[in-house]
Ligand binder design. Structure first.
Ligand code: DQA
Length: 150
């Protein structure tokens, strides 16, 4: 079975209680559970990881490229590293796996410093402002992408 990695960055472990007016009340665990379910209907095993550390996120991206069963793509919410991390951008370019960038909030409608994304330079798509549904949409995009490549 093909697998997809859903990778979440700093502070996303606090979803459900963190700034609920921006990020909502759904926990990360609930988002992942929903994705696991939906992913299965698309023929994907959903793996997930979260870290508050930039280097750990890079290690997860590198490991995904070597994982078994084969990881066919990554759904990435890099949190604040989205706006700062050339290193994560480089990791994505280095492994060559398709990445769909997700943000719960609409980063384009927030502070100017959130409107720039290093990840979007290497991602096949960016989804923002759709809350947890954005992760589901990302699975659809990855499924279509994988199909178009095979
Ligand atoms: C976020 C948006 C980022 O600007 C912020 O730093 C986050 C969450 C989102 O999902 O909307 O941590 O990636």
């Amino acid at each position: 079975m093909k697998s997809v990695l859903i990778l979440n960055g700093p502070n996303l472990n606090l979803l459900g209680t963190r700034q609920v007016e921006i990020y909502g009340k759904t926990t990360l665990e609930q988002i992942i559970e929903r994705c696991r379910h939906y992913g299965r209907s698309l023929g994907f095993e959903v793996k997930d990881a979260q870290s508050n550390h930039e280097g750990a996120l890079i290690n997860f991206i590198q490991a995904a490229a070597e994982a078994e069963p084969h990881v066919v793509g990554i759904i990435l919410n890099a949190g604040a590293y989205t706006h700062t991390s050339i290193a994560i951008m480089d990791a994505i370019s280095s492994v060559g796996l398709p990445v769909v960038e997700v943000h719960l909030s609409d980063i384009q409608a927030r502070e100017p410093f959130r409107q720039f994304s290093y990840i979007s330079r290497v991602a096949i798509a960016q989804i923002c402002g759709k809350g947890p549904d954005g992760y589901i949409e990302a699975l659809d995009i990855l499924a279509k992408h994988v199909q178009s490549q095979s």
